[in-house]
Design a protein around this ligand. Structure first.
Ligand code: BYC
Ligand code: FE
Ligand code: FE
Length: 474
């Protein structure tokens, strides 16, 4: 079914065929727009931005690009096409037809998963709302806004499910999604990383590289769901997610590129000298990486979780690339090695795989993350420099699960509290690092110009050149 843009709420779910649902969502819509005005990109609502909008859910060319003021973006409800006779392919209901409605006994768990997913989307918009004031170029500013409007649409994706399938408590949860606020002491967002500030563009690029990648892996796991509407919604969200991670990977890469060019041309090594040239020294980039990596791997939840086992066995949430795996997809009796501590040392300990599924997904995420870090190192290597970025040890700076509360260096050495406190300055961004990075941030608003600390992109958006007028300020 094509996307119907003649409706107040664009959709491909025949919304006008269900008047009660349509009314409920049209009632939620003004609250969303109020939230966007209050908590969306600060001071930017009047800009004309070269944005893409979904016009079809078919993989071939779904996007339409044009100038748009962000409050006029057509947030809507887009589900990937239904797969005929789709079956549940894991857990205790394996082989049964996928559910088109919520099975009563899994209602609470499904609602919880959908609310948790939905909560991250507006949270990220809130975290990023001030970044438009310091964008390093029009190209980057446009990409920020593209990510922001799509995270807003991801909220719509979850709110649709809540309204359509969860009755009154679904409507209440949809309302609450507009009331929590990232970092708020009284009504914070649900997951830890979504209450951390994203104060500068290096933090933003690390966030979109690592934290949006948590989005990719969680969405892939939900795209396997036996609850078909959730699978179809998340499948379409994944097509948008790819661009978010691209912004992160290429953003960090361009920062590294610029730093390395300056280091090579002027033969500089010492971070103090490097900073004096107005670029971000590599050890600071490493500390930002350590922070975002560790905070993001916490998002996968505890390494052993009865919730994870329940979600899988019930057919609600699968593994990454579930269908490509060659085991029995039921996993009773299977085990998975988990990093634990015994007598002050790291050991691998087998846990029942069903309970370890958060860890399985975390390990898949880690493997994927390392590939981008390797590509960043290629940029450094090409400039003839010896420095290499590294993912910190899995137990570094953890707050969730077995490894929480340990003091572990990025290299994986277990240390005492004092050593940790003393080392933290070298391992995590210090106030001084953040102040330095902040001092470089300043808006660059001229067409085709880029801030001193970042290289231009290899190519522009939608075959436009890098010096295209991606944003008009009016
Ligand atoms: N220490 O917290 P639980 C995105 C226990 S990002 C020790 O329930 P669960 C996006 C707890 O008691 C994607 N133990 O986690 C990105 C429990 O024990 P039992 C967002 C602790 O439910 C960028 C067990 O650990 N989507 O889209 O397993 C921009 C389990 O803990 C501690 C999703 O996350 C502790 N500190 O998994 C925009 C997907 N704390 O009962 C968007 C939906 C807790 O097992 N969410 N425990 O004995 C989920 O699938 C799950 O909620 C989570 C958590 C994976 C997040
Ligand atoms: Fe999202
Ligand atoms: Fe995203």
């Amino acid at each position: 079914m094509g996307v119907d843009y003649s409706q107040k709420i664009p959709n491909n779910v025949d919304l006008s065929g269900d008047k009660a649902l349509q009314r409920a969502l049209e009632h939620w819509q003004p609250g969303f727009l109020d939230w966007w005005r209050d908590m969306g990109p600060d001071g930017a609502q009047g800009y004309d931005v070269y944005l893409r909008t979904a016009v079809s859910v078919e993989p071939s060319g779904w996007a339409h690009f044009d100038y748009l003021r962000m409050p006029d973006y057509r947030w809507g409800i887009f589900l990937a096409p239904q797969v005929r006779a789709r079956e549940i392919h894991f857990g205790e209901h394996k082989g049964s037809p996928a559910w088109q409605d919520v099975p009563g006994e899994h209602r609470a768990n499904l609602r919880r998963i959908i609310v948790t997913q939905g909560d991250t989307e507006p949270a990220s918009v809130e975290q990023q709302r001030h970044l438009g004031k310091t964008a390093p170029s029009l190209y980057d500013l446009r990409n920020l806004f593209q990510v922001n409007v799509e995270e807003g649409r991801h909220l719509w994706a979850m709110v649709y499910l809540l309204h359509r399938y969860f009755g009154r408590d679904g409507r209440e949860e949809a309302g609450a999604l507009l009331e929590r606020r990232s970092g708020d002491a009284d009504k914070p967002r649900i997951l830890g990383a979504f209450n951390e500030p994203t104060p500068d563009w290096l933090a933003y690029f690390m966030f979109t590289y690592f934290t949006d990648r948590d989005g990719k892996f969680q969405l892939c796991a939900l795209a396997e769901s036996g609850f078909d509407p959730l699978a179809r919604t998340t499948r379409f969200m994944l097509t948008e997610e790819a661009h978010h991670m691209f912004v992160g990977e290429s953003g960090v890469s361009r920062v590294i590129q610029r730093t390395c060019e300056v280091m090579r041309e002027r033969r500089l090594e010492d971070p103090v000298d490097v900073r004096a040239q107005g670029v971000i020294d590599l050890p600071t980039i490493q500390r930002y990486l350590n922070f975002h990596y560790s905070v993001t791997i916490d998002l996968f939840g505890a390494d052993q979780s009865s919730n994870a086992a329940t979600f899988y066995s019930a057919g609600l949430k699968g593994r990454f690339e579930e269908t490509k795996r060659t085991d029995d997809h039921v996993l009773k009796g299977a085990t998975y090695p988990i990093l634990a501590v015994d007598d002050g040392r790291f050991v691998m300990r087998d846990a029942p795989m069903l309970n370890a599924l958060n860890e399985v997904l975390r390990d898949d995420f880690i493997k994927d993350s390392l590939q981008g870090i390797a590509r960043w190192n290629k940029v450094i290597e090409k400039q003839g420099l010896a420095f290499r970025l590294q993912a910190p040890h899995k137990a570094f700076n953890r707050r969730i699960g077995t490894l929480a509360g340990l003091h572990v260096t990025p290299e994986g050495q277990i240390v005492d509290e004092r050593t940790w406190q003393a080392g933290a300055r070298e391992w995590l961004p210090s106030d001084d690092d953040r102040a330095f990075v902040a001092s470089l941030m300043g808006p660059v608003k001229d067409v085709g110009k880029f801030a001193s600390w970042i290289a231009p992109p290899a190519r522009g958006i939608n075959n436009q050149p890098a010096d295209f007028e991606y944003v008009r300020f009016n």
